[in-house]
Design a protein around this ligand. Sequence first.
Ligand SMILES: *[C@@H]1O[C@H](CO)[C@@H](O)[C@H](O)[C@H]1NC(C)=O
Ligand SMILES: *[C@@H]1O[C@H](CO)[C@@H](O)[C@H](O)[C@H]1NC(C)=O
Ligand SMILES: *[C@@H]1O[C@H](CO)[C@@H](O)[C@H](O)[C@H]1NC(C)=O
Ligand SMILES: *[C@@H]1O[C@H](CO)[C@@H](O)[C@H](O)[C@H]1NC(C)=O
Ligand SMILES: *[C@@H]1O[C@H](CO)[C@@H](O)[C@H](O)[C@H]1NC(C)=O
Length: 385
Amino acid sequence: MFLNFRRIRKCQFVQVMTTCLVLSVVMVCWEQLDHSVVSHIKSYSFRYLINSFTYINRSLTIPREQASYFSNFSYLLDHPNKCADKDVLLLLFVKSSPKNIERRNAIRATWGNETYIQNTLGVTVKVLFALGAIQTKQNELSQSSSDINYQKQLIKEDHLHGDLIQKDFLDSFHNLTLKLILQFHWMHSRCAHAHFFMTADDDIFVHMPNLVSYLQDLNSKGVTDFWIGRVHRGAPPIRSMDSKYYVPFEMYQWLSYPDYTAGASYVISSDVADKIYHASLTLNASLYIDDVFMGICANAMGVSPQDHVYFSGEGKAPYHQCIYNQMITSHGHVEDIYDLWKAATDPHVKQTASGLLGRLYCTVIKITLLCRPYYATYPCKAAFL
Ligand SMILES: *[C@@H]1O[C@H](CO)[C@@H](O)[C@H](O)[C@H]1NC(C)=O
Ligand SMILES: *[C@@H]1O[C@H](CO)[C@@H](O)[C@H](O)[C@H]1NC(C)=O
Ligand SMILES: *[C@@H]1O[C@H](CO)[C@@H](O)[C@H](O)[C@H]1NC(C)=O
Ligand SMILES: *[C@@H]1O[C@H](CO)[C@@H](O)[C@H](O)[C@H]1NC(C)=O
Ligand SMILES: *[C@@H]1O[C@H](CO)[C@@H](O)[C@H](O)[C@H]1NC(C)=O
């Protein structure tokens, strides 16, 4: 009797303690939770119920002379004839920083090798790197010698490969929108005949054979009004100043961004590229989150993005032949890019996934790899394609 009573007391004690613990965790996290839950409720309501992004368009429209500030930086490195070939399937811009020469070399030697693409896949793809200028110290009268050396190295690299497009704005995170505008202006004046345009980070892996066959298929159907990637719908602007993506109210006052694709990698058709170019001529491009700004331009021109399950917004694809068989892009690759390229383009990949048995095997594998909680690179439904 006495023992039983003690046990009950003990149980109650544990219960009370647990409740206290949970309550205090909730109290500590409430502000955070409240913040993100409320801001998502607001942004989804704005996106799905109000859906009136015309205000954004109207308020960000500025006179052309003022908008030209964002595109009028002069070229430091350029290749006006790079796109002279008649039939260019894809113009692919990689957003890179001056110091990331190793990433560029890895891309040139793997998925971005134009010669390989031409010889093996039989299409013309132009791969260019979009760069800003190297930072010069503010309080020095002349550029420091290391900066000049840096630029000299870039010029040397460019002599060797002929694929750097650089403009005279500071290469920084908060100038990414200027880099976006650089790409659209370059395409407009130098490569308007390319069928597709793609932009990607320099730590992206692109499964070029899969991408090319996908785009060839679309091209043969004469697709237009096309914009594909990993879509963000109803994303709220981030108002917390600790965040890299912080946007002040004065810069963007609405509760939700128009739909946009993750800047890590997306593809558009050339008619859309032309529309974005024209939108950029009259919009205030101070909003420094480049993929969001792309969404604003597209919205102003009435273009909406579509989701592709094998474009990665964030995160690496699982290393498996069944994934390689269908993947288009994967994010966050630097050291492993050579190995991944070799493995992903191995002829065995197609063999493994072919036939009834192969397809069945791959579906089971993909379910185990993709349909897990907290796994976000490719959605679970990608397992069933
Ligand atoms: C663009 O820059 C050039 C000098 O680089 C300048 O002469 C011209 O007025 C600028 N254009 C506009 C519209 O700001
Ligand atoms: C690109 O591919 C070609 C042909 O496959 C090869 O000869 C060349 O070495 C490759 N380039 C680089 C930078 O690896
Ligand atoms: C963007 O580039 C311009 C031109 O070089 C520079 O004045 C400005 O400070 C840069 N902005 C940021 C946030 O780096
Ligand atoms: C563009 O937006 C920025 C930030 O919101 C603002 O400071 C600037 O005055 C605007 N530019 C024009 C020309 O309206
Ligand atoms: C956005 O504004 C521009 C210029 O004011 C206008 O031509 C365009 O039709 C607007 N787009 C939408 C979707 O309202």
